[in-house]
Design a protein around this ligand. Structure first.
Ligand code: SAH
Length: 216
């Protein structure tokens, strides 16, 4: 019996299905996104003491004053990324690794590159992802300067909010035609935006008010 078998009970699976059914009713997102949420054992990404609440649609603390986003927010952001199997994705803010695992379900784990500012969180997320079979590349560092040698990504997203706009150094990592999904702005007035990189310009769509931890 491996770790995942030991830790997954029928009630976790049932609770996760119920969560996904709720998201399907409330959100206008692709079935592929919902299938990714259904595939990832969120209870194995949250601290032991919060496991009983892993399938409530709410954010939870993950230590170091950081939080794992609510499932509906992960679903919405993943859907806005509009990625296909094989696309290469850059994540800024690994946190516990949950959102990276959801995206990995769609594009393949080897195509996900994630950077986390807090070294302890980066190390824990890397171990957890690899133990669960997600071969995501996780580095500790600042999203503005991470993975300098990687070729342009098809998409990028931030799970922390820059107070100015999305840093150019992150937008510049995405190919023409690619997308960047990010919460931007100061606490109390953050908006979720999707940027589409076009030849010589960036198109911006607003997707509503959100609440994320600030980008360091
Ligand atoms: N996607 C995560 C959510 C993590 S919360 C999950 O599923 O758990 C946002 C994370 O962004 C925090 O862990 C925080 O430490 C990290 N962060 C903040 N500023 C950052 C920066 N400049 N570069 C990289 N990560 C950053």
């Amino acid at each position: 019996m491996d770790d995942a078998d030991r830790d997954a009970t029928p009630s976790d699976d049932a609770a996760r299905r119920e969560l996904v059914d709720g998201l399907r009713r409330r959100l206008d997102v692709d079935e592929r996104t919902l299938a990714a949420i259904e595939a990832v054992p969120r209870h194995l990404f949250v601290p032991e003491r919060h496991r009983s609440r892993a399938y409530a649609d709410r954010p939870l603390p993950i230590g170091h004053d950081q939080t794992i986003s609510a499932p509906h927010m992960v679903a919405l952001m993943t859907d806005l990324l509009d990625v296909e199997p094989g696309d290469r994705v850059f994540e800024v803010g690994t946190g516990c690794g949950y959102h990276a695992a959801v995206v990995a379900e769609i594009v393949g784990a080897r195509n996900v590159y994630s950077v986390e500012y807090v070294p302890d969180l980066a190390e824990a997320a890397r171990d957890r992802l690899h133990r669960l079979g997600y071969d995501v590349t996780v580095r500790a560092g600042d999203g503005r300067t991470a993975f300098p040698d990687e070729p342009p990504f098809d998409a990028a997203y931030l799970t922390c909010a820059p107070t100015g706009g999305t840093p150019d150094s992150i937008v510049d990592r995405v190919r023409t035609g690619g997308r960047v999904v990010a919460p931007v702005g100061r606490a109390g007035g953050q908006r979720l935006v999707r940027l589409t990189v076009t030849e010589g310009a960036v198109d911006r769509e607003d997707h509503g008010g959100v609440r994320f931890v600030p980008m360091q």
